[in-house]
Design a protein around this ligand. Structure first.
Ligand code: ATP
Ligand code: MG
Length: 202
């Protein structure tokens, strides 16, 4: 049987416990052998300014996943640069590793947005999707177009109402981010002064 590899794409600005718990649950729900955290270089749908550089976002992911043998870093989108389109990523991964089966993990807030992904039918031909429900974003498989229903599996996630946006805002307001990110990530953020005075920062 092919090794099943979960792909957890995101800006990870910064990576937080919501991402880590989601990846851990995805291993169980999707029968995955590993999950790769894959920072996007520049997500097509995100126009807001980013606090961390691609390098900083990658380093924070490395710090967050270092003690889990099933978690890996996937730099294919960072290495490629430019706008990160899933269709290119899926094609490149399938070509590089034909012996793997790729399962794209999407948060509950992203599942209904799948039909709008660039060339989604080509993406769905190469990978399947595992949708993890997220607080505030109820999803049913019937809400998806028929061509996606057989390619998407939904799984429940415990309610962890934490987001990178919230963490960046807490930093701007001088509030604690303890426990919503791992300790090494918290130290990295505080040592570098990330997300504080974000407007003047870069
Ligand atoms: P931002 O607030 O900047 O949008 P985010 O917290 O949503 O950041 P992303 O890097 O955009 O994090 O998300 C990467 C993936 O992780 C997406 O599929 C997203 O839906 C999922 N995700 C993010 N936060 C959670 C959470 N608390 N629980 C489950 N999934 C999550
Ligand atoms: Mg998001």
């Amino acid at each position: 049987m092919k090794r099943r590899v979960g792909l957890m794409g995101g800006t990870f600005d910064p990576v937080h416990v919501g991402h880590l718990v989601a990846a851990e649950r995805a291993i169980e729900a999707g029968g995955l052998d590993e999950v790769r955290f894959m920072p996007t270089f520049r997500p097509p749908h995100k126009s807001s300014r980013l606090g961390g550089t691609p390098e900083e976002r990658r380093e924070m992911v490395e710090l967050a996943i270092q003690d889990n043998p099933r978690f890996r870093l996937e730099t294919i989108e960072l290495d490629r640069g430019g706008v990160s389109y899933a269709v290119e990523t899926a094609a490149a991964l399938s070509a590089r590793e034909p012996d793997r089966e790729f399962v794209w993990i999407v948060g509950g807030d992203m599942v209904l947005y799948l039909p709008q992904w660039h060339r989604i039918e080509d993406v769905a031909a190469q990978v399947t999707f595992l949708g993890l429900t997220r607080p505030g974003y109820p999803v049913a498989i019937e809400q998806l177009p028929p061509y996606l229903r057989t390619r998407v599996t939904l799984a429940d996630m415990p309610a962890l109402d934490v987001s990178s946006t919230d963490i960046r805002e807490r930093r701007e307001r001088g509030l604690s981010i303890r426990y919503v990110v791992t300790e090494p990530v918290r130290r990295y953020i505080e040592e570098r002064g990330l997300y504080v005075h974000a407007d003047e920062h870069r």
